[in-house]
Write a protein that binds this ligand. Structure first.
Ligand code: SF4
Length: 412
């Protein structure tokens, strides 16, 4: 099954250039020591580092590249041999394994020999503990300072005491940034960066919202590719310029009623992590079944509506401590229910990612509860973000076909 090329987004070429520039800039800074480099977790306090004039590198993005180009399997065993369990985050094990082997996909993509060495490691446990253990490995190995925010998870609602604690922890990062960078922290620069991040978040949300039209001009699988700048370049003008271009293309598609899936018949929601090495397989299979995945929890994770440059610390604390993954199941169910309505969804696909229990919502009864509440069919796909030994194409194909048949019957 091959996707019709006319349905591919032309902005992908521009995206390639934007991402290439990001990595080349990091490489240049690492080789010439012209700028300090911070490594940051994907929903960590990147804005602080950018405001202190660091370049920011995201190990999760590097790990997702290892997943997408299906090389993770070569590296996971090396991390396992170093004592990291095969049951923990396969982003972590593939990234650490690649480091232990002295390899990076950036070499093949951009001619970059090594990942950029950090001067500082920044984390936020709002998504899981694995990110802390992951960066701690590098802190020990590379003898680099590590600092971050310990955010509680399974919160029933955004709590004031949690926000206050995160504000204090964010403030504690500032003197460390000053020490490593050797320059005074500029609060006005933080306001500027936060304004750029907020704009990025708004533009990215507009990209996701474009999928509310029928047929949808893009799917979750497109979003997984085009979310790159929202993750690694938020807080910079480059990300915002890119999303303006992408939005124009989506608008043009919407005006022409050009859907990402030919003859879109079913609209679905995706919960959980992507299966990075099988994006194309999933996209083409669902496209062949005239089913468009129009919304997802995952891609929405980089919408930070609370950012407010007038209150930089407080608004960052609020935005980062109230992300979907850090809330409890009641909150998550209400969130997903609202999204299915907004996007006109008729079925939900849950990805049970073997090594990411934190971003898997199938294990405490949510699909049953939401299925009953919304009177909506659902499918649970067993797989993983990077470890493809946990994923069966045959099984998934059979399950998807049966699921779409069920949708056809209920809409007949
Ligand atoms: S949320 Fe899941 S995939 Fe992301 S770093 Fe944590 S364990 Fe890994």
């Amino acid at each position: 099954m091959t996707a019709d090329p006319s349905h591919r987004l032309a902005a992908a070429q521009k995206l390639k250039a934007v991402m290439a520039r990001h990595f080349m800039e990091l490489d240049e800074a690492a080789r010439t020591r012209s700028k300090k480099i911070a490594w940051c977790t994907s929903v960590g306090p990147a804005e602080l580092a950018l405001a202190a004039d660091f370049l920011v590198y995201y190990p999760e993005n590097h790990a997702a590249i290892l997943g997408a180009n299906r090389t993770a399997a070569e590296y996971i065993p090396l991390a396992n041999a170093a004592g990291f369990s095969p049951d923990i985050c396969s982003y972590l094990t593939s990234d650490i394994g690649a480091y232990l082997k002295g390899e990076t996909p950036l070499t093949r993509a951009y001619g970059i020999k090594n990942i950029p060495k950090p001067d500082l490691l920044l984390y936020n446990t709002n998504q899981c503990r694995d990110v802390y253990d992951w960066l701690s490995f590098y802190a020990r190995r590379l003898k680099v300072p590590i600092i971050g925010i310990n955010t509680p998870r399974s919160q029933a609602y955004p709590r004031e005491d949690v926000v206050a604690s995160c504000v204090s922890q964010l403030r504690e990062i500032v003197p460390v940034l000053e020490k490593v960078s050797g320059r005074a922290f500029d609060i006005d620069r933080l306001r500027e960066v936060l304004a750029l991040s907020r704009e990025c978040s708004q533009l990215w949300e507009a990209v996701l919202h474009a999928a509310r039209t029928r047929p949808s001009p893009a799917t979750f699988f497109d979003h997984c590719i085009h979310m790159g700048p929202a993750v690694v370049l938020r807080g910079t003008p480059e990300a915002n310029a890119y999303y303006r271009i992408l939005l124009e293309e989506l608008k043009e598609r919407t005006d022409r009623a050009l859907g990402a899936v030919p003859e879109e018949r079913h609209r679905l929601y995706w919960d959980g992590m992507p299966v990075w090495g099988k994006l194309r397989f999933m996209s083409e299979t669902l496209s062949g079944l005239h089913s468009s995945v129009v919304a997802s929890t995952y891609c929405n994770s980089w919408v930070f509506s609370d950012f407010d440059p007038r209150h930089p610390f407080r608004s960052m604390a609020k935005a980062y401590s109230s992300i979907f993954i850090s809330q409890d199941d009641n909150y998550k169910e209400n969130y997903i229910a609202a999204k299915t309505q907004q996007f006109g969804v008729e079925g939900i696909i849950y990805h049970d990612a073997r090594t990411c229990p934190h971003n898997t919502n199938t294990r405490y009864g949510m699909p049953n509860r939401l299925g009953e509440r919304l009177k909506m069919p659902y499918l649970i796909i067993n797989g993983d973000l990077n470890d493809l030994r946990c994923f069966s194409e045959e099984q998934t194909l059979t399950n998807l076909e049966a699921f779409v048949e069920q949708l056809e019957e209920s809409s007949a």
